[in-house]
Structures are given as structure tokens and as C-alpha cells.
Design a protein around this ligand. Sequence first.
Ligand code: 5AD
Length: 338
Amino acid sequence: MILFEKSSQIKAETIGNNVYYRGLIEFSNQCEKDCYYCGIRRSNKDFSRYNLKDEEILEAAEFASQQNYGSIALQSGEKTSPAFTQRIEKLLKAIKKLSNGQLGITISLGEQSEETYQRWLNAGADRYLLRIESSNPDLYYKIHPNNPQHNHEKRIDCIRTLRKLGYQAGTGVMVGLPFQTYEDLADDLLFMKSIDIDMCGMGPFIEHSNTPLYQYKDELMPIKERFVLTLKMIALLRILMPDINIAAATALQAIEANGREKALQIGANVIMPNITPGMYRDDYNLYENKPKTNQKTSDYTTYLEKQIAIWGNHVAYGQQGNSLHFKKRQANISIKNS
Ligand code: 5AD
């Protein structure tokens, strides 16, 4: 396909074929929000909630450090409280310390106050991922309740704040949502360009039977089409924003075993092996058919490395893999200030 050839070529010319690992730690599925698509939404009472102990989180970070991953990603359901802010702050400091400052840290912990974002940045977070889910407010309110806790403008403001504070800021959308049009998706790409993000994670929407959006399952695009459309979105974004980091979303792997590797081939450059301790991983069910392979072993690290190589890329162990777009942005800021 011409699109994929073009996006691969632009990727090769701009950022090369290095792939960066982020060891993904899904440390809690407790969530205050009630998004209509998500399996861990507050109203879903049909599964068990967990919250890893600090030691378990640190042990997983230690694993990533020993395996020379370069970075980790800490993710959980949304929670806002002084105790939560403090807990994350402590963990960030401890993770930086255990890796002698070497591990890069992405956090993905939802909408928080500017003060909280600042504290986490000071404590050692490098990047923040906050998906807008859809840039179209009308569609946003079809897939979320319309109330102060789920506010589209607030979410956009948060992304702007993160960027302003000095995070590498990332966003993303789901592809193949009910009611979503091609125009919405084109606007999503333009939104990312206009807000000038440093990173993106976007994946196919996968219906979950215990969520309100499940009622539209028969109106969705076939799952394989959602998969290909996500690849096309990644390819287009690579062409539109050649120097940003783009993650190969786990949801791609839920549809095709090598889905993430394919995304890396046509434009993505980041992959997030799931290193959440095994007994919890199955309960982080954002969508159904979430891959259950144990990725927290050195065998898996090597296996994934080989798969990535088959699809034409190279794992850059020990490198944080920060966004080139962000580095340029920072350099421009310092030129302006000098
Ligand atoms: N299908 C695909 N992605 C989902 N997410 C949540 N629920 C689903 C689903 N049913 C994504 C959202 C969220 C991220 C953590 O997971 O985009 O931001």
C-alpha cells in the first residue's frame, strides 16, 4: 500500500528503526470515572478491583531496569486525592533512585490539577499520556457521561497544561468507535497536530460486554477493519508529525498476535510490554480478549525482540527513547530565552 510505504520511508528518514520499550505497570484498576466504553468503569461491579502494593510496583520497575528496558509506564484507573498524589510522588522518586536516574518514566493517571502534575514532574516523571479519546465534543459525549467529571474541554486543558509544564505530552484516540466518522478521525489527526503533541498512543476500539456501548456492537466496523484503520491512522500521523513518538497499542495485539509489530513497521516506534505482576494482569480489562501472555520474563523480552526484528525494527535497549519532537521543542525554547 502506498500509504504504508510512504509512512515507513518517512519514519526511516526521520527517527530511524529503533524501537523503545516501556515496561507497562497497570498498578490499579480502581477508577472514579464511568466511561461508556471501558471495562473498568466505576459502575461495572462484575469483577474484582486491585491495587498493587508499592513493593510490587517497585519490583516490576526493578525488572524493567535489569532487563535494560530504558523506560517504564505507570498506568491506573483515574483517582484524585491528596493521598494518591503523594503515593505517586513517592513511587516516582523511588523508581528514579532504584535505577540511578536511568529509567525514563511515563505516567498515565488521568486528569489532575496543575499542582499535582507539577509535583509529579518534580518527582521524576518524564512523560504523560492522556488520551482525548475523540477530539469531537459531540462524539465525546456519546461515549462518556456529560457531567463535570467527564468534561471534554477540561481534558484538552490538561493536555495543554502538561505540555506547558515541561512534560513530553501525549494523547490519542480510539479508532472504530460507534458513531465515529472518517471526518472525526481526520479531525483527530489535525487536533494532535494543532495541539503539538510529543507522543501518541491510539488503538482500535474493542467492545466490552459489560459496558453501555456494547449495545451498538452490531453497528461497528468489522474488527479486522478497525485494525487496518488504526494502522492507517498511525501511518498518517507519522507523515503529519514525523518526529513524535507513536506507541503500538496493546489493543492491536488483542486483534492480531503480531499487531503491534505491524504498527512498528508502518510508523510506530514505541512498544509497551506488560510487566504487571501476573495475578493482577487479568483484572485490568479495559476491553475483552486483552492479551494474557506473561510478558514479565526475560524469555518474553527476547521473544519480542526477535518478532520486532522480523518486522524490520531494532530494539534500542537501555535508551529512554525520548521524543525527538520534544527535544526540538525544548531547544527552540532555550534559543528564544537566550
Ligand atoms: N477498547 C479499546 N480501548 C479502550 N480503552 C478503554 N476502553 C477501551 C476499549 N473498550 C483505552 C482508552 C483509554 C486507555 C487506557 O484504554 O483509550 O484511554
